[in-house]
Design a protein around this ligand. Sequence first.
Ligand SMILES: Nc1ncnc2c1ncn2[C@@H]1O[C@H](COP(=O)(O)OP(=O)(O)OP(=O)(O)O)[C@@H](O)[C@H]1O
Length: 594
Amino acid sequence: MLRESREAFRRFWPLTRGDRKWLGAIVACVVVAALAETAAILLFGQLTDHALKAGSLAAFWGPAGAWLGVAALAALVGYLGNSLATWTAERFVLRLRAAVFRHVQDLPPHFFQRHRQGDLVERLTGDVESIEQLVVSGVVGTVSAGFSAVFYATAAFWLRWDLALATFVLAPLFLLAARRFSGRIAEASRDGRVADGAITSVVEESLGNVVLTQAYNRQCDEERRLDREARAWLRASVRGARLSEMYEQCVEVVETLCVLTVIGFGVWEISAGRMTLGQLLTFAAFLGYLYPPVRNLGRLGLTVTAATAGARRIGEILDAEPAVTDPTTPVPAWPVHGRLAFHRVSFRYPGARRASLRNIELTAQPGELIVITGPSGAGKSTLAALLTRFYDPSAGAITLDGVPLTDVPLRFLREQITLLPQRTLILNGTVRENIVCGRPGASADEIERAARNAAAHDFITALPDGYDTHIAPGTAALSGGQLQRIAIARAMLRTSPVLVLDEPTAGLDAVAARQVVQPLRRLMSGRTTIMITHDLSLAPDADRILVVDRGRLVETGTHTELIARDGAYARLAAPLPETATGASSPEDTMILRW
Ligand SMILES: Nc1ncnc2c1ncn2[C@@H]1O[C@H](COP(=O)(O)OP(=O)(O)OP(=O)(O)O)[C@@H](O)[C@H]1O
């Protein structure tokens, strides 16, 4: 555990860069505060022996004034030190969270499929904060407590070394108690965090799935799921609290033992005339000041081990590699025409046993429309993921205007390729903000023109606040087709020459699908378009249709050619008997065919 804590510390310490001078200032405040406390204790001894015992008011004023001055100084440095410590600690959390978040944002889709969202949320909140305790508070606390302990112990030795020695013989008991509890407390803390993440996940998944829950009367199952995780959390936190309390009480007993030893020794020394009451009280006061830092050192040990559990969970995220990286020698930006080519591209998802794409050959000239179709699981969305460089091919290469995508700076590449994913992505913001994110800085006129072209302007202006209506993922009071048209307006604003449409009519009924067809045609015009779809209503417009099955290209040609060939595509595009589908137009039957 100690080695792991050291490694975690080494990993996260660099994030304190820029704040180390403040850490130094905090430690300086602690030193001054300890010096002030020491002066106060000595003044207390003086007061006892010269004013209290002698009953002299004249001897009171001097030490009392000095004590007040020292107390004011201690208050000032205490305030400064604590404020600085909080500021530095929060800045560290801010920086660490930003760093982890930045890293998470570049991770590939399969990372998010393998981690529950709630667990990731917990890591970015609770675990990030726990690392602060390891690094900033940990360092400040250890240095402060260590310094104070040494300082007060030295003062106690200086006052009466024999008495101090007798007391310190009991010191290892503190360490023993801390050692005994640290491992188990760390384990309870780790279990608590895992359970916290699981609770967040269950709540998030259940709320996101509330329609399924209500429609299928799954409320009790969801409650049971939450109850199971909540009980795990309850067990872990009660266990953690019990262990911490046990530790605290053990420390209390050890402290009482120490105090009794001092008093016993002191009584003996005073009765033998070798010590004054003032000296004994001063000594006891030093011990009183010595215990909190010693206690803190022990508690810090526990906090550090618990924080190490959080560090391990953050480490797991930071160790996850992005699937793609920027080229080391990128090609300079060029005016992209939009010629796309797949050269014998194969791809297998990380950790998957089978390849999802094999030997795909595809070329698209600037402005062409390529429709890719095939059964579910054939690999169509995977093609889109490779095109937008969420992944790189395992074999073969993809080129844009003849340049391998791996040589193109990621940012530039994604500016050239507009993706309209299967699930309409909506940001938490106004309709206007949702459209303008296609090209930040676009004028109101450009936004409106894009919305008109996307056949969205009329329904947007009919909304209560028009373009300023607030929408959010999952809560938007708009239909699937309307959201899709907002997404099309967003894509319209972009000036990218390549368009990748992944099931642009998925989830829309025949009427809504028809409503997006015209906007889509306008969007595609002049752009190289790769349209992945089960809906073959736009297939006759395509310059080429590719039929993919189990990762392989099984047919290529225009709609007319492929119908004439009477192969897989012809079977897919053939209208179904009306009675079987209830569909009323050839377009509808094609939508339903897959
Ligand atoms: N992250 C992943 N890890 C492993 N395998 C994956 C992953 N994502 C997809 N696959 C697999 O890759 C294959 C192709 O999936 P893909 O999503 O590309 O199919 P699709 O043709 O788009 O299907 P649909 O039409 O249903 O969307 C499937 O067998 C799928 O199980």
